[in-house]
Design a protein around this ligand. Structure first.
Ligand SMILES: Cc1cc2nc3c(=O)[nH]c(=O)nc-3n(C[C@H](O)[C@H](O)[C@H](O)COP(=O)(O)O)c2cc1C
Ligand code: SF4
Length: 518
């Protein structure tokens, strides 16, 4: 029996992975070869997807960029025995894009069968949880603090402090909520982890529950992620049947269980308080803070709300020596690794997990291979639709929360979207205002009205009407939105707009129409 791995990840399915599976099964039958096809997660090296891997006595051998039409040829060349072929990339872990990474959160993604508890356990699965049970809540909180982990959803708030606040708040019931709304443009790490290593998220949420004294959790997944929802549903049932969820977690005296809630597609429902409203069955509208969700959260109870990647890092941190290892990586106050997502117009897109500190230029040019279409880079948007556009002159900026903030940017959820020199930055600035106008929850005036006025004013600039005066109006509006909005949707929309104005003024000024002579 030969094991063949074809990713079942949604992105791979979208480009024909299921057809490849059918073709391999067909060709294997013809050749009278016994094969077991495993639907692994994606390793995240999009430049070589669909990556088909074959288990050989000398380890796994990969074949990259495989299409259905290649299968007969690959099989004839001896793919099932790891034989050479022009699509052979050798051992996948030796592919430079993968070799250069430090994978902790994504350690198993693309390697194991995501639904196999045995494979999960064989690669350190549940070791963090077992140790967490053994050391108890106070020591878990200590480890998470020591690790320096900061929330990966965008704001970068220290996870240990959040968990301790909930642990210290007295209540008859507390909740763990996982934010898997993943609304940022150019981000896909949450989805890939849920599809490629779902038990890691379950383990991380369970550890959080034990740490703060919560016995129930909600996993809020956007409805646009049907594959992730199915993967998580199956994994929750498997974990429950194996005793990792329920009244006695892994045979201990701790209880924890969780369920999935589907989002309905509003970007603002990724904001933590409107997400809580949404879970409660209400319209997704932002709550004023304070009170913090850590004090009064879901159903009025103290609640830990964290991103998928924050919970996904917890099992590694809780393993023996994990916190110190995590803390030893990174730079400044950005500790550990970040699963960075490279997208847009880039040759080698995908997940690149590495310690903080790598520069933007290294990520885009060395790792990403520059723009896919071969034209020069003009701008890179980091941190989703509320992130700033950086020109190549800022490519020496290290990937670090503070370094990006110092340059009026943010790293957000770690998404990088590359644009070549054909992009019109005035259009991008307009898009930012338009996006905010569409997605605004409507609760506060600077965002609800400001974004609409901002779009209208940029429309005038793009039509060449009073450009200099209208640019002043945009700057003024941005200030009002930045300092007067209730949440970061209105408060951060000025980042893409102002960065486009600051770094690419010609895209606006060149539109000025000469005043017609009388
Ligand atoms: C408009 C808006 C959208 C957001 N969308 C997400 C999201 O999709 N996923 C996420 O984890 N955090 C999102 N956040 C951040 C959350 O409010 C919150 O900070 C995060 O879930 C906390 O988890 P963390 O500490 O692990 O990052 C969003 C914030 C805003 C203002
Ligand atoms: S900034 Fe926008 S999204 Fe946030 S509370 Fe105000 S209106 Fe709602």
């Amino acid at each position: 029996m030969t094991r063949v791995f074809v990713p079942g990840d949604a992105a791979c399915v979208a480009i024909g992975a299921d057809d490849i599976v059918a073709a391999i099964a067909r060709e294997a039958k013809k050749a009278n070869r016994d094969v077991q096809i495993v639907r692994n997660g994606s390793r995240g090296a999009f430049g070589i997807e669909i990556l088909v891997e074959v288990e050989t006595p000398n380890g796994r051998i990969g074949y990259g960029g495989v299409e259905e039409g290649d299968v007969a040829d690959l099989m004839a060349a001896g793919m099932l025995d790891g034989k050479p072929h022009k699509k052979c990339v050798g051992p996948p872990e030796e592919v430079p894009f993968l070799k250069k990474q430090t994978r902790l959160t994504f350690a198993r993604c693309g390697i194991t069968d995501p639904q196999s508890l045995d494979e999960y356990r064989a690669l350190n699965g549940f070791k963090g949880l077992e140790r967490a049970i053994a050391i108890g809540p106070a020591a878990i909180l200590d480890d998470v603090m020591k690790s320096g982990l900061r929330g990966r959803g965008g704001a970068g708030f220290p996870t240990g402090i959040k968990w301790k606040t909930v642990a210290d708040t007295k209540a008859d019931r507390k909740y763990i909520v996982c934010n898997a709304d993943e609304g940022d443009s150019g981000t896909f790490a949450d989805r890939m982890l849920m599809e490629g290593d779902p038990f890691a998220l379950i383990e991380g949420m369970t550890i959080a529950g034990i740490a703060v004294g919560a016995t129930y959790g909600y996993l809020y997944i956007r409805s646009e992620y049907p594959h992730a929802i199915v993967a998580m549903q199956k994994a929750i049932v498997t974990a429950r049947n194996a005793g990792y969820l329920g009244s006695r977690v892994a045979g201990s005296d701790y209880a924890f269980d969780l369920e999935i809630r589907e989002g309905a597609g509003a970007y603002v429902c990724g904001e933590e308080t409107s997400l809580l409203e949404s879970i409660e069955g209400k319209r997704g509208q932002v709550r004023a803070k304070p009170p913090l969700p850590a004090h009064i959260g879901l159903f009025g109870k103290p609640t830990v709300i964290n991103n998928v990647l924050s919970f996904g890092a917890a099992p590694h941190i809780l393993m023996e020596g994990g916190a110190a290892k995590y803390q030893s990586l990174g730079m400044g106050r950005s500790r550990g690794t970040m699963p960075i997502q490279l997208g847009g117009n880039i040759s080698n897109g995908g997940i690149f997990e590495c310690p903080f500190g790598i520069t933007l230029g290294e990520l885009v040019n060395d790792i990403g291979g520059g723009p896919y279409l071969g034209r020069p880079v003009k701008a890179v948007q980091v941190g989703g639709p509320l992130g700033a556009y950086f020109p190549t002159s800022l490519f020496d900026t290290p990937f670090d929360y503070e370094a990006f903030a110092a340059k009026d940017g943010l790293i957000g959820h770690g998404g990088i979207v590359v644009f070549d020199d054909t992009v019109d930055m005035a259009k991008q600035a307009r898009f930012a205002m338009d996006f905010c106008a569409i997605e605004s929850c409507g609760k506060c005036t600077p965002c609800r009205i400001g974004a609409v006025r901002g779009k209208e004013t940029i429309d005038r600039i793009m039509a060449g009407v009073n450009v200099a005066v209208n640019l002043e109006v945009v700057r003024d509006l941005c200030n009002t939105m930045k300092f007067g909005s209730l949440c970061a949707l209105g408060g951060f929309t000025p980042y893409p707009v102002m960065s486009a104005l600051t770094h690419f003024p010609d895209d606006f000024l060149a539109r000025e129409r000469p005043i017609a002579a009388e």
